[in-house]
Design a binder for this molecule. Structure first.
Ligand code: HEC
Length: 161
């Protein structure tokens, strides 16, 4: 027969088990959320500002017949080189070019005013290491027009209108 003492002990036990199970389940998520490079938030602004003028949608302005705005094109084998080799920055021509000390090959070309910073290089590197995932087109919209203001309940209200 279960006594009051037993049920107390049982609930104490369950409480600890709950904690023991929850802590490892949540901890890695929090760590990854910080480290994970996100295409739209972190990568797109760099590529759009520094690369798309010559490697984007506009066929007329495209240089070296290279598109960096689509994963398929950016990872394609082009005569033995690939702009992006997911997981391997050192094999990616993009990384070789943005870190090149040769003024003839460095990207963006020196003559443009589109130079990138070391912090931006680091983001591109981490993105390639993490698999160079792109995000879908709808997310290209500026976050301002997608994310509702952070006021309690507002997202639901906006969703209903
Ligand atoms: C002003 C135009 C311009 C901009 C901006 C530009 N590029 Fe280029 N890119 C070129 C030209 C021209 C070539 C071809 C000549 C060469 O290979 O150096 C080229 C070639 C490349 C190649 C080699 C393609 C191949 O297969 O041989 C890569 C990779 C590349 N660019 C990456 C980038 C990246 C990444 C950025 C942005 C950080 C960028 N480029 C910005 C003009 C540009």
């Amino acid at each position: 027969m279960t006594t009051y003492r037993d049920s107390l002990r049982l609930s104490w036990h369950c409480g600890w088990m709950g904690l023991v199970c929850l802590v490892p389940a949540f901890a890695p998520v929090a760590v990854n959320a910080d480290d994970q490079v996100r295409f739209n938030r972190d990568v797109l602004p760099i590529l759009a500002e520094h690369c798309y003028a010559c490697h984007g949608l506009d066929k007329g302005a495209r240089k070296a017949d290279l598109r960096l705005d689509q994963r398929e094109a950016a990872t394609k084998d082009r005569d033995g080189t690939r702009a992006i080799v997911p997981g391997h920055p050192e094999e990616s021509e993009l990384w070789v070019r943005i870190t090149s000390s040769d003024p003839e090959t460095v990207m963006p070309p020196l003559k443009t005013d589109r130079q990138i910073t070391d912090a931006q290089r680091e983001i591109l590197k981490r993105w390639i290491v993490q698999g160079a995932e792109y995000e879908p087109d709808w997310a290209y919209l500026p976050p301002k027009s997608v994310v509702p203001p952070e006021v309690a309940g507002s997202s639901r209200v906006i969703g209903c209108i």
